[in-house]
Design a protein around this ligand. Structure first.
Ligand SMILES: *Cc1c(COP(=O)(O)O)cnc(C)c1O
Length: 394
């Protein structure tokens, strides 16, 4: 699509919406309707035949959802956006659209637990196989690509170990083989990282996280080339049906307006908490993309505006000590998810990544001592004091 505004901070507020089209309504109206009436039977025929533009039924399109889809496309600098009822509805719609039986997927060595579950299911039911790649060098990545490889699927930063993958390197290798690169950009949001600008083809978000930002919506978004997303819309989205509700699209449009402001605060707070965690005697390792001493730091500088709001750390102790630490928190919330105003803390090995078999979990460096922290928007001093007293209790 052609973007109207060049600056991100203006696009998040205005892109894709024209108040003049909507009786001057400042905010995007909520079209809470399942279906649309036709003036005549012939008009219904023309709409179904695609000879006339206009809405038919909300699984096939909704005006509130359309504003969200145009806005996210502009923010990721892609041609078209599509909204889904969850991040996993978005991931599954894309992967099912890109593959057929007996195809192959190369994926990053760490994956969101349910994405791992989906790949396992696709292997069992449709013999779509996958290989994990460290994606540290182009040689290693190239060596895993087969004639039947349908796509490369990447998460960066990798959840929950915060390892980074060089998206420009991955997209260059993919171009040699003419296969698409799909990036789950949930942890960064388009404010911090825009994979399409680095040569990748499809971007997926769990909009549940930073894009919504307020812990009140489960939703997913996809951005990519118009031709591909038209086909996703008319196949996996229309016929499998994982669409977003208009109200959730409306909430996401509201959340998006403050994305840059929120993200800057998340990053400011995370930088402060990271500095404190790394010198705490009960903390063995801290993983944060903005760690200047980390070997991946040059990738952070190259492709991410800032380090983001998620930090993982390993405590010195056992699984029980990790659980004891979480139980000792006074106001920080034990919860999965991330990107909310509230600081959220969880234990990946027994929560978000519990579905992953132990051997894979070990390869992904998800130990029993690892804790994931989504740094919220509270005063960083309060966040740290609560963490510090909980760490001191073990
Ligand atoms: C949460 C998450 C998902 C899944 O999104 P839902 O909205 O929960 O379906 C996918 N990928 C990443 C990286 C996530 O954090």
């Amino acid at each position: 699509m052609s973007k109207k505004y060049s600056k991100f901070e203006t696009s998040v507020i205005h892109e894709g919406y024209n108040a003049k089209d909507m009786l001057g309504s400042l905010t995007t109206p909520l079209f809470q309707t399942s279906t649309y009436t036709f003036d005549t039977a012939e008009q219904g025929e023309r709409r179904f035949a695609g000879d006339e533009d206009g809405y038919i039924y909300s699984r096939l399109g909704n005006p509130t959802v359309k504003v969200l889809e145009e806005r996210i496309a502009a923010l990721e600098n892609g041609e078209r956006g599509l909204a889904f009822g969850s991040g996993m509805a978005a991931v599954s719609a894309v992967l099912v659209a890109l593959t057929k039986a007996n195809d192959h997927i190369v994926c990053s060595s760490g994956l969101y637990g349910c994405t791992f579950g989906l790949l396992t299911m696709m292997q069992e039911k449709y013999q779509v196989t996958h290989d994990f790649s460290q994606m540290e060098t182009s040689e290693e990545l190239r060596s895993l690509i087969k004639p039947e490889t349908a796509c490369i699927y990447v998460e960066t930063p990798i959840n929950p170990t915060m390892k980074l993958i060089d998206l420009e390197m991955v997209s260059q290798v993919a171009k040699e083989f003419d296969i698409p690169v799909v990036v789950d950009n949930t942890f960064s949001s388009p404010y911090l990282q825009r994979p399409i600008e680095l040569g990748c083809d499809v971007v997926i978000h769990s909009a549940t996280k930073y894009i919504g930002g307020h812990g009140d919506v489960v939703a997913g978004l996809v951005v990519g080339k118009k031709e591909f997303l038209d086909s996703v819309q008319m196949t996996t989205q229309k016929d499998i049906g994982g669409i977003i509700s208009p109200f959730d699209a409306w909430l996401l449009l509201r959340g998006l307006k403050t994305l840059p402001i929120r993200l800057d605060r998340h990053c400011d707070n995370a930088e402060k908490v990271f500095e404190k965690l790394r010198v705490h005697p009960k903390v063995a390792n801290v993983y944060y993309p903005n760690d200047t001493s980390h070997p991946d730091y040059p990738i952070r500088e190259k492709q991410m505006k800032r380090g983001g709001g998620v930090i993982s750390f390993e405590i010195k102790g056992t699984k029980q000590d990790a659980q004891k630490m979480l139980n000792a928190l006074s106001f920080l919330k034990i919860a999965v998810s991330l990107g909310d105003a509230e600081t959220l803390i969880e234990h990946p090995a027994t929560m978000t990544h519990a579905v992953i078999p132990e051997e894979f979990r070990r390869d992904m460096r998800i130990t029993d001592q690892l804790i994931r922290l989504s740094v919220g928007l509270e005063a960083w001093e309060d966040i740290w004091h609560d963490l510090e007293q909980a760490l001191d209790s073990i």
